[in-house]
Design a protein around this ligand. Structure first.
Ligand SMILES: [Zn+2]
Length: 422
């Protein structure tokens, strides 16, 4: 079968570009978008999505936390069979890219439209899904809707989350997406998410499509260093307890330990100090106190542990050598997620059957799929990014690659939806 005849790349592009118009951000690098969970732009994107689902004849359902699912139950399917689902998210970070999330939602819809045009007879219903609040820019740290769909956070508790001004409940009601019940990812036979890659590994390898093996785990820690604030002119170099100089040593230690962990292990370890608050942060005062936020990741949990231990030891050394006081607290610990062998094999087989090369890659970023993967078989597919930029209007993918990836997604969904003997 031929890619062009099976998948309508123009329709996919139209849907993605239409969505980019809601909350559009024009920049020198091109168009980006700002659509925070349940804001006006996100509501417009949702309205358009529901319209497109209905135009394809799908039964639309909105759950209590605003997750949207459009179900196609072909005549060949047992309506009570566990559905096969695919999708992603329609929210963005401020000034985000137009592909992030949106591509996965509309690739899933185009896959269903394409199956409707083909002589296939799926034995399971198919769900096209948009999860609420994947990016963590409002109400929660991220993967909000999928956390509820996987049963890890309750509906009431989630609706009560606030952005400081309004609750999710009120914001969803205002947007028209405070539905009822709970989308249950555990009821799905399987799940596939197509997403733009957020680095250049696929482009560099000359491969249009990646099949993700593992999604990284993440530990986040809070470090404080207490020195002594003093006059920058009258305090001699031997008399200081400079909290920022001590913090600088820690920043470099995090970089070094992450580099070591990556070199010694799976190659996926990364460590970042992304936030530094300095007191009093004044040009003529020796810094008295610094607080730092650490983000340590790897697809191998022991490598995160190794980094944590090494950074803690470095902090103890700094404390002893510089006479500063320190605290070290980790408040966020998401384990790595391995993705389903069955789903990955189905995707790889579908690509091979079309003569499309794929690469096995890992994901250094969290995605809704990591929540879904805890309750059913799930896979994550990456389309090559042209430049690796993400969370930026510079984000770009080749439309032909998007069409190719959607064709593979379509075949994989068809396979999953017609295979009953597993
Ligand atoms: Zn995304």
């Amino acid at each position: 079968m031929n890619v062009e005849s099976a998948v309508d790349g123009d329709a996919l592009r139209r849907d993605v570009e239409r969505t980019a118009a809601f909350g559009a951000v024009e920049s020198e690098a091109g168009r980006g978008r700002t659509a925070l969970p349940a804001d006006a732009a996100n509501a417009q994107a949702r309205d358009y999505f529901v319209e497109r689902l209905e135009a394809a004849g799908l039964d639309v359902r909105v759950d209590a936390v605003g997750n949207i699912a459009g179900r196609w139950t072909p005549p060949s399917a047992d309506p009570d069979a566990a559905p096969v689902a695919a999708g992603s998210h329609l929210d963005s970070v401020p000034r985000g890219g137009v592909f992030d999330g949106v591509l996965g939602v509309y690739a899933a819809l185009e896959a269903v439209r394409s199956l409707q045009r083909r002589a296939v007879a799926p034995s399971r219903p198919l769900d096209v899904v948009c999860f609420t609040g994947e990016e963590g820019t409002r109400f929660a740290d991220g993967v909000l809707g999928s956390t509820v769909a996987s049963g890890k956070r309750g509906v009431e508790e989630t609706l009560a989350l606030s952005d400081g001004d309004v609750t999710l409940d009120a914001a969803l009601s205002e947007a028209g997406y405070r539905g009822t019940g709970r989308l249950d990812a555990g009821a799905w036979d399987s799940w596939l998410e197509l997403h733009i890659e957020q680095t250049t590994r696929l482009r560099d390898a000359g491969v249009p499509l990646g099949v993700v093996t593992d999604i990284t785990g993440t530990a986040r820690c809070h470090v404080t260093i207490e020195g002594e604030a003093d006059h920058s002119g009258t305090t001699g170099m031997g008399e200081r307890r400079d909290a920022l100089a001590a913090a600088s040593e820690l920043v470099l230690a995090v970089e070094e330990r992450a580099t070591d962990a990556a070199a010694d292990g799976s190659g996926t370890a990364v460590g970042t100090v992304g936030r530094l608050d300095v007191e009093p942060n004044t040009v003529n005062v020796v810094p008295g106190a610094v607080s730092l936020r650490l983000d340590l990741r790897s697809v191998e949990r022991p490598e995160i542990r190794t980094q944590l231990d090494a950074v803690k030891r470095a902090l103890e050394d700094i404390e002893a050598e510089r006479g500063v006081g320190t605290t070290f607290d980790c408040d966020y610990d998401v384990p790595p997620t391995s993705l389903s062998e069955r789903c990955r094999r189905t995707v790889a087989d579908a690509a091979r059957a079309r003569g499309i090369e794929t690469a096995a890659v890992h994901s250094g970023a969290g995605h809704d799929t990591m929540q879904v993967a805890d309750v059913t078989d799930a896979a994550l597919l990456f389309v090559a990014s042209e430049n690796g930029h993400s969370h930026s209007p510079r984000e770009r993918a080749d439309w032909a690659d998007c069409t190719t990836a959607t064709a593979v997604l379509t075949d994989a969904l068809a396979d999953l939806a017609t295979t009953t003997d597993h």
